[in-house]
Unconditional design. Structure first.
Length: 156
């Protein structure tokens, strides 16, 4: 008699919703990033800042820090008000890499070290990127914005 085993059950990954934002007081100037993570009824707030930075660097740092904080592979939905980050990671990065980290007009891509770190982190998770209008009353975006401003205030 041959024994058959039941099919292996797929391990369900945690579902995580993340809102991120960056802020800069002067560009360049003191800046901050913020992230609000929510999963299974648990919330986590993250924020930080740098004394001399740019808005784009803070917008990139927020999802990097949020994804880096996850302890295992997750299904992640990220909401952000930065088309620079959303389009950069979902549309532009493959062309940048193909052209040796040059933009379509041949200029060096800014913040390469952040883009490569973000891309590496996205390979550890299943990530969906969604743009939301900033400062338009979206509760998650408003919360991430407040955290980013807190990070900027502490960086001053």
């Amino acid at each position: 008699m041959t024994e058959t085993k039941p099919p292996a059950m797929a391990i369900k990954r945690p579902q995580v919703t993340i809102y991120t934002d960056g802020a800069c007081k002067g560009n360049p100037g003191p800046g901050g990033w913020g992230a609000w993570l929510s999963s299974g009824g648990h919330d986590k707030e993250l924020f930080g800042g740098e004394a001399g930075t740019t808005n784009n660097r803070m917008e990139l740092t927020a999802p990097i820090e949020a994804l880096a904080s996850l302890k295992r592979s997750c299904d992640v939905v990220i909401y952000l008000d930065s088309e620079y980050v959303r389009k950069g990671i979902t549309e532009w990065i493959s062309g940048w890499k193909r052209r040796g980290w040059k933009t379509a007009d041949g200029k060096p891509v800014k913040n390469v070290e952040l883009w490569t770190r973000l891309e590496g982190l996205t390979h550890q998770h299943q990530v969906e990127w969604h743009w939301v209008k900033g400062h338009a009353g979206d509760p998650g975006n408003e919360r991430a914005d407040a955290l980013a401003n807190r990070g900027a205030a502490e960086a001053r």
